[in-house]
Write a protein that binds this ligand. Structure first.
Ligand code: TSJ
Length: 644
């Protein structure tokens, strides 16, 4: 023994010291392990634990995962697997459970499965979760015994692994319960139900036969949901397409493996023109795509083109269908399992392994081709839809050409219906997109002609989600807007040419008005995204009521304000409810909605426009109730911004 050391020094083995340093390091620089300590990072902790529980199921030892959201930002995850090992770990000399939660990256060493999610994007290890928790408790039920261990203050052992009771033999499993440390997660420690719901449902779709239960026990009323999908990603595709008309009933499902890489694809076409591709590697959503997606896209068009030629659906002189033609209206989920995934891209959500492109192509190509030959009716529908798409694409190119030519002539060709302003200073200019000719008339009379232009729209504008691009460019209301704005659209958009720095949507304060507003937002979201991002799109706020007493009149913009105004003016007031902009005369419209000194404008954010776009489908469906609810809640799509 070294002279200067006492026996106490030796009670700390070198491993122990490493352990302490390890978890300290995580607390010092959490960003190195979970990228961010925002809400996203907070949820990362959950994914880490859930992924571990699901790995046990994927390995075939568990069938159920239970997630409970508890009061005080506590979360609990349980599985019915083998139970984490409670034996003494030969390297550390403490229990294996303790080791897993205190040694960085210890998790992988205990894993047997080749496709552990923990090897993927999340894989930060249970010790990281422990380090970033105020406290963390583990209960293991194994061999009829219940064991318990508790850590606190960033992963320090508070209670060593202890046998605390007994259970039935079949009650084996693991429970982890923890509270994220508010010292680390300074922004928020509150879990978001929607985020957790979405990820658990996604995991259940990706893991057929796994049952995931979610309980939200934070409020008096307990909310619970069960996710269990025997059909796996086929059911995922059906779920995504549930509100859409589909071309054929059952999604096409393809699965195979080569060189330890498992590839699975489910796809179905719907009657829209959008393509919905979701891809995953080891259950991690590869938002940025990668080799599996590339392989899928290339093979989809190769197989469809070959089939179409062979069946003489494409004639000798016809051009090949393009990749985007065969993807029109497709909903597809691609899931690969890879023992050694490489992630690239901005957010490390792009699969980089080049062999996956070939392997997925082979597996998907062969089985998809066979499917087409064995199901000629379905195959014909797919090919015909793709051919229509390719014709529409050609027509769109022409229509775009026409719009572009018109635009280049600038103000000489401004739309007939536009009442322009006299100023040529775009930064001061505003254009009001007004619903209906009568409101348009009031707006024209009431406006400030120097800076305010008026463009009335007649009736309902085109639903761009259901229209093809060349129809969009053929639509008069849309053409008017494109020409009036002057900045071009889509890929060719040039913000510096925008003729008005405020584009104000002014519609009635009723259901139809909301509808038109959402249609416009959807249109802007798809074709004028940069204009939204630059903050140029606004929604006007016309009043709901005019309250009059003698020669004093006041306006109320909400029900609450109405009460206030009534009280202010006292007894015997005359209340006029505005059902539409058309009921206001020019002066009233100016005073209440257009005068920069008095009006309130809501600025449209890209998130709100995206929401509008996303929920649009539902609006167009046959169900009245969701549409009503949606429109009621519609105001949330705009961030409040008082310009005055
Ligand atoms: F993330 C975690 F570590 F905290 C965690 C792990 C959380 C939860 C809720 C469950 C689990 C977990 C781990 N469930 N089941 C397991 N399984 C093992 O750790 C285990 C058990 C036995 C054997 C063996 O080879 O005998 C191997 C492993 C990986």
């Amino acid at each position: 023994m070294d002279k200067n050391m006492t026996i106490d020094d030796y009670s700390y083995t070198s491993e122990d010291i490493q352990v302490l340093e390890g978890l300290e390091a995580v607390r010092k620089r959490p960003g190195m392990y979970i990228a961010t300590t925002s809400s996203r990072g907070l949820h990362h902790l959950v994914w880490e634990i859930v992924d571990n529980a699901i790995d046990e199921a994927l390995a075939g030892y568990a069938s159920k995962t239970i997630v409970r959201l508890l009061p005080d930002d506590v979360i609990e995850i349980t599985d019915n697997g083998r139970g984490m090992p409670v034996d003494v770990h030969e390297k550390t000399g403490v229990s294996t459970v303790e080791t897993i939660f205190t040694v960085l990256h210890a998790g992988g060493k205990f894993g047997g499965g080749a496709y552990k999610v923990s090897g993927g994007l999340h894989g930060v290890g249970a010790a990281v979760v422990n380090a970033l928790s105020q406290w963390l408790e583990v209960t293991v039920r194994i061999n009829k015994k219940v064991y318990f261990i508790k850590f606190s203050n960033g992963g320090k052992v508070e209670q060593k692994l202890t046998e605390i009771g007994q259970c039935k033999e079949k009650e084996h499993g693991t429970t982890v319960r923890f509270k994220p440390d508010p010292l680390i997660f300074t922004e928020t420690t509150e879990y978001d139900y929607e985020i957790i719901h979405h990820r658990l449902q996604e995991l259940a779709f990706l893991s057929p036969f796994l049952r995931i239960e979610l309980y939200d026990e934070r409020k008096k009323e307990i909310m619970s949901e069960v996710f269990e999908y025997e059909g796996g990603i086929s059911e995922y595709v059906s779920f995504i397409n549930q509100d859409k008309k589909v071309l054929f009933e059952k999604p096409i499902h393809i699965k195979g493996s080569e060189e330890d890489i498992i590839c699975e694809v489910a796809l179905q076409y719907n009657e829209t023109y959008d393509s919905n591709l979701y891809s995953f590697c080891n259950n991690v959503n590869t938002h940025e795509g990668g080799t599996h997606e590339d392989g899928f896209k290339a093979t989809l068009s190769r197989v469809i083109n070959n089939y179409a030629r062979n069946q003489n659906l494409l004639k000798k002189d016809d051009e090949n269908l393009k990749q985007e033609d065969v993807r029109e209206g497709i909903t597809a989920v691609i899931s690969v399992k890879h023992p050694n995934p490489q992630y690239e891209g901005q957010t490390k959500t792009k699969l980089g392994n080049s062999e996956v492109r070939r392997i997925l192509s082979e597996i998907f190509g062969e089985q998809f081709e066979r499917f087409l030959y064995e199901n000629p009716a379905v195959a014909k529908l797919i090919v015909e839809k793709s051919i229509v798409a390719s014709r529409a694409r050609a027509a769109a190119v022409k229509a775009r050409e026409v719009t572009r030519r018109k635009n280049s002539l600038e103000s000489a060709n401004l739309p007939e219906k536009l009442t322009d302003c006299s100023s040529r200073d775009a930064s001061l200019n505003e254009i009001y997109i007004v619903e209906g000719d009568s409101a348009g008339g009031s707006a024209k009379q009431g406006r400030n002609p120097k800076y305010q232009a008026i463009l009335p729209l007649r009736g309902k504008i085109l639903n761009v989600q259901k229209a093809r691009e060349h129809q969009i460019f053929d639509n008069n209301e849309i053409k008017s807007m494109i020409t009036a704005f002057g900045c071009g659209i889509g890929d060719e958009l040039d913000l510096s040419k925008l003729r008005y720095h405020k584009i104000v949507i002014m519609t009635d304060a009723d259901v139809d008005g909301s509808h038109i507003r959402v249609l416009l937002l959807t249109f802007f979201y798809r074709f004028f995204r940069e204009v939204i991002e630059a903050g140029h799109i606004y929604v006007a706020q016309p009043p709901l009521y005019r309250v009059q007493k003698g020669n004093i009149s006041k306006y109320a913009y909400t029900e609450g304000q109405l009460e206030k105004v009534k009280n202010e003016l006292g007894d015997r007031v005359n209340i006029q409810r505005y059902k539409g902009l058309g009921e206001m005369d020019a002066k009233q419209l100016w005073e209440t909605t257009m005068d920069p000194e008095r009006r309130t404008l809501l600025q449209v954010t890209i998130d709100s426009a995206r929401e509008a776009d996303k929920y649009f489908e539902m609006l167009m469906g046959d169900e009245v109730e969701p549409r009503r609810n949606y429109i009621m809640a519609n105001a949330q799509f705009v961030k409040n911004l008082d310009i005055a």
